[in-house]
Ligand binder design. Structure first.
Ligand code: SF4
Length: 202
């Protein structure tokens, strides 16, 4: 492989990622020693009911999440952009990690062709290497639909709630809304309605 990494077959990945986004299933990323997203200056949201997480993260490392209801916290990053729970051998609380970490999958960026070289270059280098297996017309149609959704969300950002999502969330939203794009481009109103109809995450 050309420096590439096997991202797995696209169809099963898409089905599982839809379950992650809609039903809070866990992502299953072949990180294989990579910790790029854990060292990319990202705040990690910790929800009020994540008691297991809170039992394993020192209380002084958790701060109220800006703009979120009472009880939501964030785990910040250190002066090197690293999660404070990231140790020499990887995540030191892996079995007790937050939902945010369990759901994160940098392959959404590869699927949606979202460029994060400016914001998170180490993650971008990993994203550049992923190669999905495409098995048949359904896979091809769905990959085209994800990428069409991603471009649409970027081009129409000003017409979307909140001015459109930032890059990683845009990639995830493109995956979540891709079915709308299977038969061509929907209207902005259709996309806004689909965004509003998504199951609340909290
Ligand atoms: S950047 Fe991707 S491959 Fe690397 S640790 Fe994060 S999810 Fe895993």
């Amino acid at each position: 492989m050309d420096g590439g990494l096997d991202a797995g077959p696209f169809g099963p990945w898409l089905a599982r990622t839809m379950a992650v986004l809609r039903e809070r299933a866990e992502a299953d990323v072949p990180c294989d020693g990579c910790t790029a997203c854990c060292a990319s200056s990202q705040f990690v949201l910790v929800e009020p009911d994540e008691h297991e997480v809170r039992a394993h993260v020192p209380a002084e490392l958790l701060f109220p999440a800006p703009g979120a209801p009472d009880g939501f916290s964030v785990l910040p990053y250190d002066e090197h952009g690293r999660c404070p729970m990231l140790g020499a051998e990887g995540c030191s609380i892996y079995d007790h990690r937050p939902r945010t970490c369990r759901a994160y999958d940098c392959r959404v960026l590869a699927a949606a062709e979202v460029d994060v070289h400016v914001d998170t270059p180490a993650v971008a280098r990993r994203v550049d290497r992923w190669r999905f297996g495409i098995d048949g017309d359904d896979d091809r149609r769905d990959l085209v639909a994800v990428r069409a959704a991603s471009r649409f969300l970027e081009h129409h950002a000003a017409e979307l709630p909140g001015g459109g999502p930032p890059p990683t969330q845009r990639a995830a939203l493109a995956v979540e809304l891709h079915e709308l794009f299977r038969g061509g481009e929907p209207t902005v109103d259709d996309v806004v309605a689909a965004i509003a109809a998504r199951r609340p995450r909290r």
